[in-house]
Ligand binder design. Structure first.
Ligand code: COS
Length: 384
């Protein structure tokens, strides 16, 4: 643990109250307006949410992975669009710098990411490169003391508000696979960087996604993360290992919220003269949800502790992401079922969560990619 027990439990309580009192009442409004109010974003800055995982010497709270996922469990009790406001700053938009950046890159960007002065965003996916990340085509060609970037990045979370992108691009066209890829820090106002229109999505209104287009975009030569070419794919994979744990934490939090709402509804809603929670078929659905979320929570905490202890958690992060994202999908489906017709109606908010959680099985690697990673790691272990 990075914080002492008492300070951490105070932080958890403060964030828990913020979620209950400030965010939950705004869920429907955020979904309808597709916007998190600026005043809420300010509160998030003041609470230190943008810097949860960024080391203290760069202005963050420096939480361990276990502490961060415990905070994320709390944040998962409300719509995921809220966490998305700062989720890339604490996760995929900052961790490339934290893990592999030079001291100068850390000093230049981490304090601004930690305070929320700028938004960080992670640009890996392209129109023709999703699951097969190593096939990406965006190029970065050295030209004197600059690189020139060309290509398009797709479905980039927080791109519309980003001040800084971590961009994976091919520096060595001779090398088709992962070893030809480098990671760059690209400021949003770099000449030749353009944004596409905001994408319309199935859920998570309030969180914004769009294309990022590089047309002869010029950036300084010292923008390569860590100052070394050819390491960008590995940086991206390490960032995703960590990101997959935090997404798993969101899945657990969202599932806990859905279970809480479903239990309350089942205990109040009467049919055939008694609360529907007294019917065994409804009880079975509640029990399955509770059992699965307990398993999910336990595995996320175990994997987070192992990561904090310095273990390689590539397999465990994939296991968590796979299990937790599928689990919350099942829980959301049962939540709709328990609510009956009300579960299908916007007024109750359950259908909104049902749509919101669907993306967990897709982004930061589909369930099928997680299966592939798990099996590969098993084979590697067996071959040792
Ligand atoms: N940590 C550190 N290094 C890693 C790594 C990890 N988790 N995973 C792979 N690497 C390294 C490998 O060790 C290898 O290095 P060497 O050549 O020195 O041995 C290199 O990276 C290439 O790895 P690999 O051969 O496994 O790459 P593949 O092209 O086979 O692809 C998958 C690997 C499928 C796992 C990868 O493309 C992936 O995760 N795809 C999904 C991408 C994704 O999540 N996209 C979502 C968009 S981001 S929101």
């Amino acid at each position: 643990m990075a914080l002492d027990q008492e300070t951490f439990s105070q932080l958890t309580n403060v964030i828990g109250r913020f979620v209950e009192e400030r965010l939950i009442p705004l869920e429907a409004e955020v979904s309808e307006s597709d916007q998190v109010p600026a005043a809420v974003v300010n509160d998030m800055r003041e609470l230190g949410l943008f810097g949860l995982s960024i080391p203290e010497r760069y202005g963050g709270l420096g939480l361990s992975v276990e502490e961060e996922v415990r905070i994320i469990f709390e944040l998962g009790h409300t719509s995921p669009a809220f966490r998305s406001v700062f989720g890339t700053n604490t996760g995929i938009g900052s961790q490339g710098i934290v893990m592999d950046g030079t001291d100068e890159q850390k000093r230049k960007y981490l304090p601004k990411l930690a305070s929320g002065e700028i938004i960080g965003s992670f640009a890996l996916t392209e129109p023709d490169s999703g699951s097969d990340a190593a096939s990406l085509r965006t190029t970065a060609k050295i030209d004197g003391n600059e690189y020139i970037l060309n290509g398009t990045k797709r479905f980039i979370t927080n791109a519309p508000s980003a001040g800084l992108f971590t961009v994976m691009a091919r520096t060595d066209p001779e090398k088709k696979g992962a070893s030809g890829i480098s990671a760059f820090l690209v400021e949003a106002d770099s000449p030749g960087l353009k944004l596409g229109p905001p994408d319309k999505k199935m859920g998570q209104q309030g969180a914004h996604v769009c294309d990022v287009i590089f047309e002869d975009c010029r950036i300084p030569a010292d923008s390569v993360i860590g100052g070394v070419e050819g390491q960008g794919f590995k940086t991206a994979m390490k960032v995703l290992d960590r990101g997959r744990l935090t997404i798993s934490g969101m899945c657990v939090g969202n599932a806990e919220r859905l279970i809480r709402d479903s239990l309350r509804y089942a205990m109040e809603r009467k049919q055939f003269g008694k609360p529907i929670a007294e019917f065994q078929l409804v009880q079975a659905m509640l029990a399955d949800c509770e059992t699965e979320v307990y398993a999910a929570r336990s595995m996320v905490l175990d994997a987070a502790r192992r990561k904090d202890a310095g273990e390689n958690v590539t397999k465990l992060a994939a296991i968590c992401k796979y299990y937790c994202s599928e689990m919350v999908g099942r829980v959301a489906d049962r939540a709709v079922q328990i609510h009956g017709g009300a579960g299908y109606m916007a007024e109750y908010g359950i259908e909104r969560f049902y749509r919101d959680v669907r993306v967990y099985r897709l982004y930061e690697g589909t369930s099928q990619i997680q299966q592939l990673i798990i099996a590969r790691e098993m084979m590697k272990e067996a071959a040792l």
